[in-house]
Design a binder for this molecule. Structure first.
Ligand SMILES: Nc1ncnc2c1ncn2[C@@H]1O[C@H](COP(=O)(O)OP(=O)(O)OP(=O)(O)O)[C@@H](O)[C@H]1O
Ligand SMILES: [Mg+2]
Length: 311
């Protein structure tokens, strides 16, 4: 399939000397919801800002629906809607005037029916004549979304759409995203919230220290989520896992004091009872057993920590 957006070798070093992005390659398919997950300062906003033409990359190329985004900036930008992380609106304008202005900016005249629909979808219609400065924080975020949707973009970027918003707005946002996707809009969002990526995304990319360290279908990640591990604290440390235990693919941890068994919690047979019987048979004594779920969060922390150790 032809990607709707293609990023190749895009890197960024800011004028301050701050290296924000190592060369990134990423392809986004039409109609998918892609979540970019990463800690503070990972480079999420930098990457999005480059794709949207707000920040100039230090290297690389970007293609948006067949347009070279760095050369045919306007043609590429017309296809894109951006909901920025930071508020960026004229506080003294009204909601309606602000959203209309955005639409005209992209060369679309009039079409108030579309604007009315967007404002209604975001529960902003009743507030259309209010000045933005008089709205609550959550309402201001809704205005940013309305602005981004004003020119009917094919690709919508949401940079931390639900940071600091209440549960109701978060749910509304999720619903809106699903509705947009049904209409064929491609959505790329950044988030710190693993729950949000789980709820919304078709694919998840993890970014850390300017590098994309994983891109995977969410369902694949969910399979990993279904994995659990059992830690067996041994009475006597071991040098190696006994050959008789080969079928469980155990790992030794904690300098031989702990055996680790990873199993699929959703499987009919976890292999635990037979493993425990075998340990008894071999006379391997243990002090404690502990099982835990490996969540997307663990996978994430694991990845980030491994990278820190390697660095
Ligand atoms: N205009 C700028 N000038 C210099 N350095 C910058 C600039 N913008 C961002 N940076 C730096 O680039 C790195 C990546 O920042 P970026 O805002 O892209 O991260 P982020 O993943 O969006 O973080 P957050 O989750 O906090 O929004 C950080 O180290 C940041 O300090
Ligand atoms: Mg950011």
């Amino acid at each position: 399939m032809n990607p709707i957006l293609s990023v190749k070798g895009v890197s960024k070093t800011y004028a301050s000397g701050q290296r924000a992005l190592e060369p990134v390659d990423l392809e986004i398919n039409k109609g998918e919801i892609f979540a970019l997950l990463g800690p503070n300062g990972a480079g999420k906003t930098t990457l999005i800002s480059i794709i949207c033409g707000i920040v100039t990359p230090s290297s690389g190329t970007i293609t948006v629906m067949g347009h070279d985004a760095l050369r045919e900036t306007r043609a590429a930008r017309m296809r894109i809607g951006l909901v920025p992380q930071e508020l960026s609106v004229d506080m003294f304008e009204t909601v309606l005037a602000t959203v209309r202005y955005s639409r005209r900016l992209f060369g679309h005249p009039g079409h108030d029916a579309h604007i009315e629909q967007v404002l209604r979808d975001l529960s902003l219609w009743d507030k259309r004549n209010a000045k933005i400065k008089d709205l609550s924080g959550g309402m201001k975020r809704r205005v940013l979304i309305a602005k981004a949707l004003s020119h009917e973009p094919d690709i919508l970027f949401l940079d931390e759409p639900t940071a600091g918003v209440d549960v109701a707005l978060r749910r509304d946002m999720w619903k809106l995203v699903h509705r947009l996707r049904e209409k064929g809009t491609t959505i790329i969002l950044t988030t710190h919230y693993i729950e949000e990526a789980e709820e919304m995304a078709d694919r998840v990319g993890v970014i850390d220290k300017g590098k994309i360290i994983l891109v995977e279908e969410k369902t694949e990640l969910m399979k990993k989520l279904g994995k659990r591990q059992m830690l067996i604290a041994l009475q006597e440390p071991m040098d190696a896992v006994p050959g008789d235990l080969a079928e469980w693919h155990l790992e030794l941890a904690d300098e031989g004091h702990t055996l680790r068994y990873v199993f699929d919690a959703q499987a009919e047979r976890t292999g635990i009872p037979s493993l425990l019987r075998k340990l008894a048979e071999l006379g391997v004594g243990f002090k404690d057993l502990e099982t835990s779920k490996s969540s997307l969060e663990d996978i994430f922390v694991d990845l980030v920590e491994h990278r820190e150790q390697a660095a």
